[in-house]
Write a protein that binds this ligand. Structure first.
Ligand code: ADP
Ligand code: MG
Length: 530
């Protein structure tokens, strides 16, 4: 039995925060979020313990954003993290969560120019995410004041202690008001952490999520390295090549579900979509089709799929890599057919390596890397499958009126072997050639100046986007410097920007579905100018 999980909308959060959560693509809270968000909204201190990858950032991030007042000056929350990477990552998530409330978060860390950070701090930041050393540096220079702080978070507290930050943490805590909310998150809870908690927290509640429940089902787990814009072709190839009952394909967002399902239909597959926006009647219709075996592929979001009573799923495909290990385990748990092991397939883009490793580590499982079947292999296995079916059918001799048709064709002088070949061609047509690329997504023909690639981004003047916002968004998320970014043309509803050819794929990868000026954008290679 699955227990009913609270929905984000049941926490009493503001619309802006709910919108941000849904635009990031979170469908429902993870266990640590479900337990901590209500406590934090009440202003309680908590000690949270849960493994990596279980969504601790949003667990404290959502209440912090909810409590932050955009119009107030002064830093209202400070989050301390052990490393620079983590500071950047957490600040990014805070900015996403705060995008609709227009709350600003900044990462501050050592090993990089302090001047830029000072300038940003002067502009007025609501939330600071920093490594202890650099935070103290700013405090000493007077460029960071913590008097107005309402919430302090010690993220990955065990690691911070291991790295010897204990004195720094104490110093920083003393700079903040006594009347503050203090949160501590840690994967482990050694004695020295509990000591800090005792000294600096007000009767904290302990929230502990054990992950013993993560049992990976008996499944053949595979991943393919696939670039974002090649996923559709890869999926089709697999559906063609594999001997399957039903493919259950998981996507990140409702929009992606709709996109993938309609693309599959266009290519001639019996595909259906299902997600939270579907009415009960629509769901019933999909289920009916499914029971009548009129669907080969069902495309779904995590939550929509959970409610479905479907048994003979031969393949689960993570079209988008799951956002956390729990979701991975739930998803692949859906495969299984009588007597045979199911197959769980994950598409991993070149920049999702880390996420893949995290899933394997937390779920304590191994996912094998494999190569996509070639077109020839796909055809070959279809013919094999067909051979079996045809044999069985001939043995049963239930031809009906079709026998008569065949005789007529044969009398008309068509050789049986030619007839069979022609029918095979009709049946398998489309397999032997590369499916057409979607919307001309070539990097080599985008109408950019030589050495550059022109990208199409779905925000423009109507969203008040300025060239600076585009440059900033790219520079923050990639290693490209502002001066290496080429021409930017902003139109009412979209924007073109040129980036260096050798970085273009990476830019698309990280910018696609990211948030610019509070809006989730699609990024793809531009089509050449007419
Ligand atoms: P932790 O701090 O516990 O290691 P993170 O906060 O970094 O974990 O989250 C791990 C991943 O899970 C991130 O990619 C994050 O975007 C994703 N995630 C967090 N909350 C949810 C949610 N409610 N639904 C889906 N994915 C989530
Ligand atoms: Mg974390």
């Amino acid at each position: 039995m699955e227990k009913k999980v609270l929905a984000f909308s049941e926490f009493g959060l503001s619309d802006e925060v709910l919108k941000a959560i849904s635009s990031i693509g979170f469908e429902e809270p993870t266990p640590i979020q479900e337990k901590t968000i209500p406590l934090l909204l009440q202003g309680k201190d908590i000690i949270g313990q849960a493994l990596t990858g279980t969504g601790k950032t949003a667990a404290f991030g959502i209440p912090i954003i909810e409590h932050t007042d955009r119009t107030k000056h002064g830093v209202q929350a400070i989050i301390l993290t052990p490393t620079r990477e983590l500071a950047i990552q957490v600040a990014e998530e805070m900015n996403k969560l705060g995008s609709f409330k227009r709350i600003l978060a900044i990462p501050i860390y050592g090993g990089t120019s302090i001047e830029r950070q000072i300038k940003a701090l002067k502009k007025g930041m609501h939330v600071v995410v920093g490594t202890p050393g650099r935070v103290i540096d700013h405090i000493e220079r007077g460029t960071l004041r913590l008097r107005d702080v309402k919430t302090v978070v010690l993220d990955e507290a065990d690691e911070m202690l291991d790295m010897g930050f204990i004195d720094d943490i104490t110093t920083i805590l003393k700079e903040t008001p006594v009347e503050r909310q203090t949160l501590l998150f840690s994967a482990t809870m050694p004695e020295k952490i509990l000591k800090i908690a005792k000294r600096y927290m007000r009767s904290p509640e302990k929230v502990r999520i054990s992950t013993d429940a993560l049992t990976v089902p008996e499944t053949n787990q595979i991943f393919y390295e696939v670039r974002h814009d090649r996923k559709m072709d890869a999926l089709c190839r697999l559906i063609d090549a594999e001997d399957s009952d039903l493919f259950l394909v998981f996507c990140h967002t409702k929009r992606e579900v709709d996109g993938v399902a309609s693309n599959l239909k266009l290519r001639g597959y019996d595909a259906e979509a299902i997600h939270g926006d579907y009415s009960q009647a629509q769901r019933d219709a999909v289920m009916k089709k499914f029971r009548e075996s009129r669907i080969d592929v069902l495309v779904a979001t995590d939550v929509a799929a959970r409610g479905l009573d479907i048994s003979n799923i031969s393949h689960v495909v993570n079209y988008s890599i799951p956002q956390n290990p729990e979701s991975y385990v739930h998803r692949i748990g859906r495969t299984g057919r009588a007597g045979r092991k199911g197959v769980a397939i994950t598409f991993v883009t070149p920049y999702e390596d880390k996420q893949l490793r995290l899933i394997q580590a937390v779920a304590k499982t191994r996912i094998k890397k494999e190569k996509l079947p070639t077109i020839e292999q796909a055809l070959e296995s279809r013919v094999e499958a067909l051979k079996e079916k045809v044999r069985e059918f001939i043995a049963g001799k239930r031809f009906g009126i079709f026998l008569n048709m065949a005789e007529r064709l044969s009398i008309a002088g068509i050789e049986p072997i030619d007839l069979a070949a022609a029918l095979l061609k009709f049946h398998l047509e489309g397999l032997g050639r590369e499916p057409e690329r979607q919307e001309g997504l070539s990097l080599d023909d985008t109408g950019a100046v030589p050495g550059m690639v022109r990208l199409f981004i779905t925000v423009g003047k109507e969203q008040n986007v300025r060239a600076g916002d585009i440059v900033k968004a790219i520079a923050e998320k990639t290693n490209i410097r502002g001066k290496d970014i080429g021409r930017i043309n902003i139109f009412d509803k979209f924007t073109f920007v040129e980036v260096p050819r050798n970085e273009a794929e990476k830019v698309i990868e990280v910018m696609h579905q990211s948030i610019i000026s509070g809006r989730k954008v699609a990024v793809e290679p531009a089509k050449p100018r007419k």
